[in-house]
Write a protein that binds this ligand. Structure first.
Ligand code: SF4
Length: 378
C-alpha cells in the first residue's frame, strides 16, 4: 500500500506562474505564503506540500483532507450571511506549527505521525455539486492553511462562483501581495486568525507578525469582507498591553472589522495554560471597545458572556442578531442591511432575506457525497 507522502506526491499540479519565480537555475521561490521559501531542486518548502521537482514547483491537487457542513457562525463569520450553511473543505499541511492547533490532524499531517486524517479523492465540480445539493450558500477553504493550497482553492471557487455560491478562506493570514492578488477575483469572505501581537510569540509558532498585519491591511483595502479571530490563551497572548496593541491595530485599519475573542482549552501539545474563563473574554472585549472597535464577540463559551454573542447596532444599541453559540435566536437586520430602529447601515454582507438555519451544528456529508477515501499507510 502506498504511503501518505507518495499518495500526496501523486496528487499535484504545477504551481500558478504568479506564485512561483525562478531564482537561479533550478532553484525556485514560492510566493503562496509569507515564508517566501527559496526551494532547491528535489526539496519541499516549509509547509512540506509544495515542492521543487526538476525546476518546477508542484502543489497539492485533487484531494480533500476533510469535508464538513458547518453553520457559517462556526467559521466564525458573524457579519456575512447569518444562518447560511458553509460547506467547508481542507487539504493537508500548514506553514505554521502551533502547539495548540485545533485542526492538527489535517494541518500537521506531514509533520506528526499521530495526525491521521485520511484524504479523499475530490474534483472541484463534484464538491460544488455536493455543496449545492446540501443547501450550502457558502463554500469555505479551512481546516489546513488554505494559502498553501491556493491553486486548488481557486479551481473550486471558480466552479462555486459559476454556481452562484459565496466563497471564503479561514486562514492564518500569512500572505503575500502575490497570493492575495491571485485569489482576489475568486474570494468574497476572509477570516484571519490573528494569534498574537508579539513577534516573539509568532516565531514560536513558526511565523512572523509583520506579514499577517500586512495581509489584514491588504484584505481590507481590497474590499473583501474580513473578520478577525484571536484565541485568548492565558499567559500567552492575553496581557492588557498586547491586547491594546492588537485591537488598536485593527481599529486603525477599520473600527468596523468584527473581532472575535474566543476561549482556549488545552489541545494538541499545549495543555499547560488554564482554560479561558468568561471574565478573560469580557476583559479583552472591554480593551477592544476602548480601542474603538464597534463589533466585538466572545466565542466558545455559549451563554456565559452576556451580550457578547449578539450583534448590536453600533449607533443606537438595538439588538440586531441574537445568538447562542452557533444558533441564531432572532434576526432583525433590514433587507438593505440596516438597523430597523435607526436605519444605521450595519457593515457586512447581508442577504436580502434571512433564511432559517439548515443547521446550528456541524455534520459530515461523506456518506451521501460520493467522496472516496484514498487508501495509504503512514
Ligand atoms: S506555501 Fe509558504 S511554506 Fe509552502 S513552499 Fe510556499 S512559501 Fe514555503
Amino acid at each position: 500500500m502506498t504511503t501518505l507522502r507518495t499518495m500526496l506526491d501523486e496528487r499535484v499540479h504545477e504551481a500558478a506562474p504568479e506564485l512561483c519565480e525562478i531564482i537561479e537555475g533550478t532553484r525556485l521561490r514560492c510566493y503562496a505564503c509569507g515564508h517566501r521559501c527559496p526551494i532547491p531542486e528535489g526539496q519541499p518548502g516549509v509547509c512540506k506540500v509544495r515542492y521543487n521537482r526538476g525546476g518546477k514547483l508542484y502543489v497539492p491537487w485533487g484531494y480533500v483532507g476533510g469535508v464538513q457542513c458547518d453553520p457559517i457562525e462556526k467559521k466564525p463569520f458573524f457579519h456575512a450571511y447569518p444562518g447560511a450553511l458553509a460547506y467547508s473543505f481542507g487539504m493537508l499541511g500548514c506553514d505554521l506549527h502551533c502547539a495548540y492547533c485545533q485542526n492538527w490532524v489535517t494541518s500537521q499531517a506531514l509533520r506528526d505521525p499521530q495526525a491521521l486524517s485520511p484524504p479523499m479523492e475530490a474534483d472541484p465540480a463534484e464538491l460544488v455539486q455536493d455543496a449545492v445539493r446540501l443547501g450550502a450558500r457558502v463554500l469555505v477553504s479551512t481546516y489546513n492553511e488554505p494559502l498553501i493550497t491556493a491553486e486548488w482553492a481557486k479551481a473550486i471557487f471558480q466552479e462555486a462562483q459559476n454556481a452562484g455560491l459565496i466563497t471564503g478562506f479561514v486562514s492564518n493570514g500569512n500572505g503575500t501581495p502575490q497570493v492575495l492578488e491571485f485569489l482576489r477575483p475568486w474570494i468574497d469572505l476572509y477570516k484571519v486568525d490573528l494569534k498574537s501581537f508579539d513577534d516573539r510569540h509568532y516565531r514560536q509558532l513558526g511565523g512572523r507578525l509583520q506579514p499577517i498585519l500586512e495581509t489584514i491591511r491588504s484584505l481590507h483595502g481590497m474590499g473583501l469582507w474580513l473578520e478577525i479571530v484571536t484565541l485568548l490563551i492565558p499567559g500567552f497572548n492575553d496581557s492588557d498591553s498586547e491586547l491594546q496593541g492588537l485591537s488598536g491595530f485593527l481599529a486603525s485599519v477599520s473600527p468596523d472589522i468584527p473581532w472575535h475573542v474566543t476561549a482556549f482549552h488545552g489541545d494538541y501539545k499545549m495543555t499547560d495554560p488554564r482554560n479561558t474563563q468568561p471574565k478573560d473574554l469580557l476583559r479583552a472585549a472591554e480593551i477592544g471597545r476602548r480601542a474603538g472597535l464597534r463589533y466585538i464577540y466572545a466565542g466558545n463559551l455559549p451563554g456565559r458572556v452576556g451580550r457578547l454573542e449578539d450583534t448590536l447596532c453600533a449607533h443606537c444599541g438595538a439588538s440586531l442578531i441574537q445568538r447562542m453559540g452557533y444558533q441564531i435566536g432572532s434576526y432583525r437586520i433590514t433587507p438593505e442591511g440596516k438597523c430597523p430602529a435607526c436605519a444605521t447601515p450595519v457593515p457586512g454582507r447581508w442577504a436580502s432575506q434571512f433564511s432559517p438555519q439548515i443547521t446550528s451544528y456541524p455534520f459530515l456529508p461523506h456518506r451521501s457525497s460520493g467522496l472516496v477515501t484514498i487508501a495509504h499507510r503512514r
